[in-house]
Design a protein around this ligand. Sequence first.
Ligand SMILES: [Zn+2]
Length: 57
Amino acid sequence: MPLLDWRDARHFDTHQDLPCTLCGRPTPMRSHDREPVHKVCAEAWLDDHPESDRFHN
Ligand SMILES: [Zn+2]
């Protein structure tokens, strides 16, 4: 499974939780594209879509 490095503050929205685009539960996490998504959900998704760069950076 690919591991993302989302320690940077830009991956964390301190203002609000939004529904994860993958599992639907609230999350403060954001992809580089500002998609609300849990890090673990994004990693699982990438595991199924190894050709995609959706959640990279
Ligand atoms: Zn999720």
